[in-house]
Design a protein around this ligand. Structure first.
Ligand code: SF4
Length: 310
């Protein structure tokens, strides 16, 4: 992608979807009833300190609703509200590779039988895959688009320990080694704004994501959400969170270091107002996207301008 000529100055997700599928694609969020190894005791019990999974898709804990009903409801929304005729089935809630292989095959195959479903997106943790699961996804990717979304969050093990993530950065590197070159579109979820990291350290993460060869990224700012350990820490000892304008500048710095071939699926975290403690910017993701583009333009810059090249 020539991001210097792109009107947004970065490789946004809509551009990618149009290039890849030739039209509007609506992502249907699914809840297949998974749990998470960082909650059920395998890796930890309390979850990551910022995790309030209900806030990720409030009102949408649909684990008891059969998948085909969730797909039908999602297609109706996509068609009526967004005029979409193509869909990506997004296994979003909790850790969506955390089950025996045959259960995963059955589940993923159920949604791929719909001709309108052009692909799968699967949210997971790097320590919840193995070579057999990656082989299954590589097999499915021969016929349909498969995006595997790894929660990475940080490249610093001290940060990962602070947020009680239950895995190391090395776990992600190992997962990438199994996944790279298998026809699977890898999307990394990262978080900017941990109080134990410097701004320069956050920008280094863009260099590292370029180096490991991801295909897409979701960037989240650290937010403090109600009913989480992070909320308790913040109440006892408030730490600085990015103001909106600072965050716009940071995202631009980050994008300048990110390879222009990496699709930027998200620029910030979102959570419903009733769950959000801080920061309260009152800005939509669309507004942030516009402001990031304006800032890159004002710098006469673009995604990848300072990216590491191999
Ligand atoms: S890995 Fe995801 S679902 Fe599990 S505790 Fe962390 S944020 Fe929550």
């Amino acid at each position: 992608m020539n991001t210097a000529l792109h009107p947004k100055r970065f490789y946004d997700y809509n551009t990618f979807l149009h290039e890849k599928f030739g039209g509007k694609v609506y992502k249907i969020c699914l809840d297949a009833g998974f749990t998470c190894p960082n909650r059920d005791g395998k890796r930890g019990v309390g979850g990551c300190i910022y995790c309030n999974n209900a806030s990720f898709s409030p009102g949408a804990r649909l684990a008891d609703t059969p998948i085909h009903e969730q797909i039908a409801a999602g297609m109706a929304v996509g068609r009526n509200r967004f005029k979409a005729e193509k869909f990506i089935a997004y296994f979003q809630a909790f850790t969506n590779t955390y089950a025996p292989l045959e259960r995963l095959r059955e589940l993923y195959s159920q949604v791929l039988v719909y001709p309108e479903v052009v692909g799968l997106a699967i949210g997971t943790r790097p320590d919840a895959v193995d070579t057999d699961k990656i082989a299954l996804l590589a097999e499915l990717a021969q016929n349909k688009f498969v995006s595997l979304e790894y929660g990475v969050q940080s490249m610093h093990d001290a940060t990962l320990a602070w947020i009680r993530r239950g895995h190391t950065y090395g776990d992600f590197v190992a997962a990438m080694d199994w996944t790279r070159g298998r026809g699977i579109h890898v999307c990394a979820h990262v978080m900017l704004g941990f109080p134990c990291e410097t701004r320069a350290g956050m920008v280094c993460l863009a260099d590292e994501m370029t180096r490991v060869g991801i295909a897409a990224i979701k960037i989240h700012n650290l937010i403090v959400t109600r009913d989480t350990p992070l909320a308790q820490i913040y109440a006892q000892e408030p730490f600085p969170l990015f103001a909106y304008d600072e965050y716009v500048e940071l995202v631009c710095d980050f994008l300048e270091h990110l390879s222009p071939v990496i699709v930027v699926e998200r620029l910030c975290a979102t959570t419903p107002d009733e769950y959000l403690i801080a920061p309260r910017w009152h800005k939509s993701p669309g507004q942030l996207s516009q402001d990031v583009s304006k800032c890159l333009l004002a710098r006469n810059s673009y995604q990848g301008r300072l990216a590491y090249s191999q």
